[in-house]
Write a protein that binds this ligand. Structure first.
Ligand code: 6R9
Length: 663
């Protein structure tokens, strides 16, 4: 390193506040610092600003209806269609501009560009095909697909005919697919024959078929021949209820399907996410509020403009891909990128190669990816010209200041603002982050709530904690992008998100407070640092995994009597799965059982939930009332000092476990 570099590193390390670059502010979609006060003074009408970003078939009567808390409604009486907003309305000016730039994993495969005209054609044909298959308004269609353009097209085709989609991440297991299809009574599945991972074709249809075997009702399936098109298919024969995507669409060439006018409060999609219990939660999002939220935040936080080439490296199987690869960017008429593969294939500069080739203007990724880039070293980004980038974003988990600064310097060349965006599947879109053209940035802190959002950090009694002290993050007022309920489970919706901090007997919406189940602290300037989940949910590489889901997979393995799963610190993944396991009498604590446990977790959930360590133990540390002391197991996993354990029912066991893990 030269002297200049060393000096720069030292300066960066010492700096804890960064102003937005002037060149950015000058061109930012939002740059008026008065916007925070303006929105606060005009709540809830400030949200008309978001609704105005959309085209409505019927204007709404009321911005916010809080008469039946916590079942809040937004833009009531309004009607619109999400696919018309993301596709049709851009045809006049942008028919020949790219809507989707898709990059497959194999470097020798031709990339695909869908102009808005192409997208319009294919979404219409797919919508016609789905209708012919019998899909009607409000029928839930499950999409179990890799990162191929047909996934975005299928979502928009569903939206066009008013059929809510439920996307299941392609990396999830067959069991996970079946659970979600059963929970949503979903009779339609769109999937693919496979995709590429690190150079090899992967048989996805086999997994889908296995999942279908566990679905309790009849289903029609559409299969995209992603691999077959390259002659890499696995040769599965389709059954009578399975249809080839291309064949189906060929029967509807040039079809036009009138977008169905949906009520603002009609469901746009369901997304299953992990919670405290073993049952995944079906988060319900609506057409008006959600779409307005994803469009407004794409505009104000990600600074997306129609002429941009915007790149979010998430998977559409997660909420980030829904809001910030598909709906938000396309609602704004921009070019959104989709990449099928991983950042390290064929080499560790793949992302930077894509940024350079497409002259990407924004990059939105996860801290876990940034930590991996850091570990790999600067030689990979340094090989490429990244000067097209104007803004950088992160999402999914807390980002430590060192990783933030690395991203800012080595990817953004100190000329791009970094937005650290806190939000959740349930919030629909970004909630806490700096506005890149307005607020100073503080590495390690997401920032203030966005204009119109009111967040407080409370203690267990509901009192605000002092700046700098840890407490519970709460959101004081409803917002348009919020989930409306958990599918077919209003009671759990109230219990999970509202009961903690609301007066649940009140019918005044002001008495209701949303609890995201995260810990946080706030500083003197109102900047919030989100500390992580306070429920039994792990964040592994930015993916939400319920400890209960993993535990129930483990106790399903023959020879296992009891299991406790906790998160241990991991320098790239953020958190890693640690499984403490008690065997049944007569079973050996051996490698064979360990492998069976790992396989059991992969079958029930998917490889992302794979335990980093399986620790056999004769007992689990429990309180006198019989609760497993997860915090203690976590401390053991993290090699920390355990403090006083005398209140436990079985304090001796803790030392035994500690020795077997920490040595
Ligand atoms: C969008 C998404 C939500 C949970 C959330 C929190 C964590 C997300 C974060 C963050 C700190 C950030 N989280 N963004 N923590 N800083 N910028 O990730 O949704 O998969 O539902 O996860 O992720 O713990 O509660 P989801």
């Amino acid at each position: 390193m030269g002297d200049e570099d060393t000096e720069l590193e030292a300066r960066l390390e010492a700096q804890d506040v960064f102003e937005p670059p002037e060149s950015f502010v000058e061109q930012a979609n939002v740059s008026d610092p008065g916007i925070h006060d303006e929105f606060a003074a005009n709540w809830p009408d400030c949200w008309d600003r978001a609704a105005e970003m959309l085209d409505w078939n019927t204007e709404y009567d009321q911005t916010f209806d809080g008469s039946n808390p916590p079942f809040f409604e937004w833009f009531t009486g309004g009607e619109l269609n999400a696919s018309a907003n993301c596709v049709d309305r851009h045809l006049e000016e942008r028919a020949d501009e790219a809507a989707i730039e898709w990059v497959g994993e194999p470097t020798d495969e031709a990339n695909r560009t869908y102009t808005y005209a192409d997208l319009h054609r294919e979404v219409n044909e797919a919508a016609a095909a789905l209708r012919e298959m019998g899909v009607g308004e409000d029928d839930v269609v499950t999409l179990y697909m890799p990162m191929i353009p047909e996934l975005a097209i299928a979502m928009l085709a569903c939206a066009r005919i008013g059929a809510p989609h439920s996307v299941v991440f392609a990396g999830f297991s067959a069991d996970a697919l079946a659970t979600r299809m059963n929970a949503a009574d979903s009779e339609y599945l769109i999937t693919a024959d496979g995709y590429y991972r690190r150079g090899d074709p992967l048989d996805h249809l086999e997994k889908a078929n296995e999942g279908l075997a566990g679905v309790e009702h009849d289903t029609d399936t559409v299969v995209v021949g992603r691999l077959a098109a390259n002659g890499d298919g696995f040769g599965h024969d389709l059954t009578e209820t399975q249809h080839d995507y291309d064949d189906l669409l060929a029967g509807h060439e040039g079809a036009e399907v009138e977008p169905v006018a949906r009520d603002a409060e009609d469901m746009l999609f369901l997304m299953y996410t992990s919670g405290t219990t073993g049952e995944p939660k079906g988060v319900k999002h609506t057409t008006g509020g959600y779409l307005a939220w994803s469009a407004w935040t794409s505009h104000s936080v990600l600074d997306i403009k129609p002429e941009d080439t915007y790149f979010c490296s998430a998977d559409i199987g997660w909420i980030t891909g829904h809001s910030y690869i598909v709906y938000g960017p396309l609602a704004l008429g921009t070019t959104t990128m989709m990449y099928e593969g991983t950042p390290d294939y064929p080499e560790r500069d793949r992302l930077w190669e894509i940024v350079e080739e497409y002259e990407a203007t924004q990059l939105y990724t996860a801290p876990t990816a940034i930590r991996a880039f850091m570990k790999w070293g600067t030689e990979y980004p340094d090989r490429h010209d990244l000067s097209s980038l104007r803004l950088l974003g992160t999402v999914g988990e807390p980002i430590n200041p060192r990783a933030w600064k690395w991203y800012y310097k080595h990817i953004g060349d100190e000329s791009c603002p970094v937005v650290d965006t806190w939000w959740q599947t349930e919030t629909g879109g970004q909630m806490i982050t700096t506005l890149p053209g307005v607020n100073d940035m503080k590495p390690g802190s997401a920032g203030p709530p966005i204009p119109g959002i009111d967040a407080e950090i409370l203690d267990t009694n509901g009192k605000q904690v002092d700046p700098g002290r840890a407490g519970y993050l709460t959101i004081q007022k409803p917002w348009p992008g919020m989930l409306r309920t958990l599918y077919k489970n209003d009671e759990r919706f109230v219990d999970e998100y509202w009961r903690e901090y609301s007066d649940t007997d009140s019918d005044d919406w002001r008495d209701w407070t949303y609890f995201p189940e995260d810990g946080a602290k706030i500083d003197e300037d109102g900047y919030i640092t989100v500390l992580g989940r306070v429920d039994d949910v792990l964040n592994v590489s930015g993916h939400r995994l319920g400890t209960m889901e993993i535990e129930s997979a483990i106790v399903g393995v023959e020879g296992v009597a009891e299991a406790a799963v906790v998160g241990g610190d991991h320098d790239v993944k953020g958190e890693a799965v640690y499984a403490y396991v008690i065997t049944e009498d007569g079973y050996e604590e051996d490698e064979e059982l360990r492998q069976a446990i790992i396989a059991g977790v992969e079958d029930a959930i998917g490889p992302i939930a794979r335990p980093e360590q399986v620790i056999f133990t004769p007992e689990l540390p429990k309180t006198r009332s019989g609760k497993i002391m997860r915090r203690l197991l976590e401390d053991i996993a993290n090699g920390e000092d355990l403090g006083d354990t005398s209140t436990l029912r079985n304090p001796d066991i803790v030392e035994d476990i500690r020795v077997s893990v920490q040595g």
